[in-house]
Design a protein around this ligand. Structure first.
Ligand code: UDP
Ligand code: UDP
Length: 464
């Protein structure tokens, strides 16, 4: 008698921690369900964080296979203008995709499905078709932003309507989107990110489904518009499977021990955690104002400071960027750290009572899972749209006027006011707790997200 064969799933993320992290979490989750898993990553990575996480993940998950797509080096310039190294990497992975078929064909047992980053869809879908492999797309953003990306080719083909001077854009069947929440680079089809998205969106229709690090309850109406009302007809089913569970990654380093013991010594829900993700740097002027605001609130704080987009360029200590007098006056109240921290662990710590965040989607889902109230301070890309989703779900506050790019910085007094609101708004805290309960229900046994991923894995089991 023959037994059913376990599926062998190849997972292919694009560039940056915001993309790698959900893929590694998904890999661990699939392995737990007895799928055979191969993660294919581009080499070299842009950041040290990516290479560190890949190696530590593989050390702790020895059953998961790893293959590397070797990239050809590039000069990092286009028309003389510097290009975002993460977007350039996405472009380079696409350029090197001819190296993928031999990797897939050499895998044993044979690959049975590909779970693929949205930003690689157009190049990989035809390869999968030739090899008769089903493709699932993994989208690392909100459902609202997915809708925008899926509809972007249509928008850019109508420059009269898709015009910066308009107040909003309309995707029929979805609530209007404020133009101010749309990444400005989407108006420039020559921008690398915009062209990557426009190229990849049409290939979404080739996939059997689009996985979202999200849960039914959190963005219910946007999901219903796409799945039930089919407002963007070309899209396959949109499948919420989150919040993706963090994988167990024991680290033992001195820095981590120090901040953990600092947090252990703070009262419950007394600390504001401030972090803007893995690739968002803060200017010196904005750092000054944040210092002022934090000090004035009187709340304890744990601030992860980043001053360069890529971690390799971000080696100076926090002291180098902060006022000596600020450090002296707040030494019993706060901790400022440079370098990687385990955010998931910090958000789960009982001392932390609020999260000031740029609203990278992983951060939003990690906060949702912990029922942690957020103060959304989005800067670019999908972050403003994610901030709106966060606010609508009741997980966070969002001050729409805040910016911190070239169009101005937020003053210390403003920051103080909003942080006090974040830490004292009891309604928000209650609502955030409810979000946490719903998130945990979704991923618990038989929950909406749990069911979706189990059904997909079961459908991939080869019955003979
Ligand atoms: N992260 C972390 N420690 C850090 C910085 C980031 O653990 O010091 C994690 C964070 O928890 C999230 C991911 O890195 O899982 C960043 O993704 P997100 O979508 O929040 O933002 P991005 O970095 O892509 O802007
Ligand atoms: N982005 C994302 N998921 C996607 C596509 C894009 O998280 O599927 C994010 C990307 O990581 C980046 C942002 O969208 O953070 C684009 O940023 P933008 O080009 O507006 O600003 P820049 O980083 O160039 O200042």
């Amino acid at each position: 008698m023959t037994t059913p064969k376990l599926p062998h799933i190849a997972l292919i993320p694009s560039a940056g921690m915001g993309h790698l992290m959900p893929f590694l979490r998904l890999a661990a989750m699939l392995a737990k369900q007895n799928a055979i898993v191969t993660v294919i990553t581009a080499q070299p990575t842009v950041s040290i964080a990516e290479s560190d996480h890949i190696s530590s993940f593989l050390r702790h998950n020895p059953k998961i296979n790893h293959l590397e797509l070797q990239l050809t080096p590039s000069f990092g310039q286009a028309n003389g203008a510097p290009v975002d190294p993460f977007f350039l990497q996405m472009h380079l992975i696409n350029q090197s995709i001819h190296l993928l078929p031999p990797l897939l064909s050499s895998s044993s047992p044979p690959i049975s499905a590909i779970f693929l980053d949205f930003l690689l869809a157009a190049k990989v879908a035809p390869i999968a078709k030739t090899l008769h492999l089903p493709v699932y797309i993994v989208c690392t953003s909100s459902v609202a932003f997915l809708s925008l990306m899926a509809y972007l080719p249509m928008l850019v083909s109508n420059p009269v309507e898709f015009n910066k001077t308009k107040a909003e854009i309309n995707i029929p069947g979805l609530p209007p989107m404020a133009m101010s929440t749309i990444p400005p680079v989407f108006h420039d089809s020559g921008h690398l990110l915009t062209s990557i998205i426009i190229t990849n969106s049409p290939a979404l229709s080739e996939a059997k489904g689009i996985f979202m690090n999200n849960f039914e309850w959190f963005e219910a109406s946007a999901l219903a518009a796409l799945n039930k009302d089919r407002v963007i007809e070309s899209l396959p089913p949109v499948l919420p499977i989150g919040p993706l569970e963090p994988y167990h990654a024991p680290h033992d380093d001195d820095k981590r021990d120090r901040y953990r013991s600092w947090l252990d010594n703070q009262p419950a829900e007394s600390v504001v955690y401030i972090s803007f993700g893995s690739r968002t740097a803060m200017s010196r002027d904005q750092i000054r104002e944040l210092e002022k605001g934090l000090e004035k609130t009187g709340w304890r704080f744990f601030w992860v400071l980043k001053t360069s987009k890529v971690d390799k360029d971000d080696q100076e200590d926090a002291e180098h960027f902060l006022n000596e007098s600020f450090l002296e006056r707040t030494k019993n109240k706060g901790s400022v750290i440079k370098g990687w921290v385990d955010q998931q662990e910090i958000l789960a710590h009982p001392a932390v009572g609020g999260f000031v965040s740029h609203c990278g989607w992983n951060s939003v889902m990690e906060a949702a899972q912990q029922g942690m109230p957020m103060l959304a301070w989005p800067q670019h890309g999908d972050q403003k749209m994610n901030a709106k989703v966060t606010e609508e779900a009741g997980l966070g506050l969002w001050e729409r006027g805040w910016d911190w790019g070239p169009s101005g910085i937020v003053k210390g007094e403003e920051i103080e006011r909003k942080i006090v609101e974040l830490m004292t708004d009891e309604k928000l805290r209650e609502r955030a707790k409810k979000v946490g309960e719903e998130a945990r229900k979704a991923v618990g046994r038989g929950g909406s997200s749990d069911k979706v991923i189990r059904e997909v894995v079961e459908s991939l089991i080869i019955p003979f």
